[in-house]
Design a protein around this ligand. Structure first.
Ligand code: NDP
Ligand code: GDP
Length: 339
């Protein structure tokens, strides 16, 4: 089986590469060139996997690149993971977010349609499309009310995929994935920001962790569990839309408390709102609130109802919230010591 992964240098690309390697797939990874010629999470893969990945350099915004690629390779499966994926950045850079996430996605699906219509296509949609959800929990029937340029761009991609599936009979699955994290999560996302800071604070390399909204609540799972769901979506009957999530909500505050517990520090809180601080037992201020990290609009009522994926794909989120935090802090502690 031959696969193409866009966004292979990101978090999900890392775990999907591992999975497809285990399944003996031929893997072609799309990487955009940067001046240092680094390849993101690919560099963290075991060498036997790295050596099997064929890298093709290309940018999502280049329609010609994808047309030539699909005409030449005609893969069995294409996982379209590449995106400007950070909600906060999308408020500051909405135009480039739309270019990459909307036009870029159109380039991918058009190339599949024109040059390799038998390729099964996965699109990385998101729970962010629900915006301020009208009902809880959310499933495939819940209506979408996006509340960030990122969410708007992903909803455009999602509807493009649905339209092409229906209009041209293409095999396309949209994964409406809730937040999933890991030891290779981008450092700007709150979970990794916390696990890295806790490890550095424990080792005396950082004094304070500054965060935005501590009361923000998310449905957080482990990325490894979620990429398995992506593969299942292309290997089960026909293309369809599926929600993947844990069905549990936790606050940023809980994440902080458990992460510090992992290194033997108990946090207690004092003050309110932007003046709230988190202190250790010996009175050191370890957590502060900084308004710079607040979002212009917050969407914190996402809770997944993944019963469709559970029934049709037998998919389940396996890793608990505590296990997720444990493995992230453990990995960052190791990296802090090595540096
Ligand atoms: P990452 O941000 O870790 O990875 C994004 C990838 O897209 C990177 O490989 C990045 O390359 C690549 N990319 C960005 N812009 C371009 C471009 N113009 N041309 C080519 N490649 C580009 O995201 P994740 O792995 O966490 O997520 C995978 C997908 O799933 C994304 O589409 C994301 O929006 C979506 N998603 C993620 C969720 C999550 O919780 N992780 C939840 C729901 C959806 P580079 O390394 O060069 O930056
Ligand atoms: P997102 O759900 O894709 O936006 O993932 P993030 O990890 O960026 O944010 C998750 C939640 O954490 C959001 O509700 C943020 O408002 C909240 N949050 C609180 N403090 C921070 C912070 O310092 N950085 C980030 N990235 N998010 C924060």
């Amino acid at each position: 089986m031959k696969s193409i992964i866009t966004g292979i240098s990101g978090q999900d690309g890392f775990f999907l590469s591992k999975l497809l390697f285990e399944k003996n797939y031929e893997i072609i990874g799309i990487v955009r060139r940067n001046s240092s010629m680094t390849t993101g999470t690919i560099e963290k893969l075991p060498h036997e996997i790295k050596e099997k990945i064929r890298i093709e350099y290309g940018d999502l915004t280049d329609a010609g690149f994808f047309a030539r690629l699909l005409e030449r390779e005609k893969p069995d499966e294409l996982y379209h993971l590449a995106a400007q994926s950070f909600v906060g950045y999308s408020f500051q850079n909405p135009a480039s977010t739309y270019d990459v996430n909307i036009s870029g996605t159109l380039n991918v699906v058009n190339a599949v349609k024109e040059y390799s219509p038998n390729t099964k296509l996965y699109f990385a949609a998101t729970s962010e499309m629900f915006g301020q959800p009208e009902s809880t929990p959310q499933n495939e029937e819940t209506s979408f009310k996006p509340r960030s340029p990122y969410a708007v761009s992903k909803l455009a991609g999602f509807w493009t995929m649905k339209t092409y599936r229906e209009a041209y009979g293409m095999f396309i699955s949209n994964g409406i994935l809730f937040n999933h994290e890991s030891e290779v999560r981008g450092p700007e996302f709150v979970t990794r920001k916390i696990s890295m800071a806790v490890s550095r604070i424990k080792n005396g390399k950082q004094l304070v962790l500054e965060l935005g909204n501590l009361n923000a609540r998310k449905d957080w799972g482990y990325a490894k569990d979620y990429v398995y769901g992506m593969w299942q979506m292309l290997n089960n009957g026909t293309g369809d839309d599926y929600v993947l999530g844990t069905g549990e909500l936790h606050t940023v505050r809980e994440f902080v408390e458990i992460a510090f517990q992992e290194v033997g520090i108990k946090i207690h809180w004092e003050g309110e709102n932007e003046n709230e601080i988190g202190l250790s037992d010996d009175g050191k201020i370890l957590v502060k609130v900084n308004k710079a990290f607040f979002r212009p609009l917050e969407s914190d009522n996402y809770l997944a109802d993944a019963s469709k994926a559970n029934n049709k794909l037998k998919w389940k989120s396996k890793t608990s919230f505590k296990e997720l935090i444990k493995l992230m802090v453990k990995s960052d502690l190791q990296q802090t010591i090595e540096k």
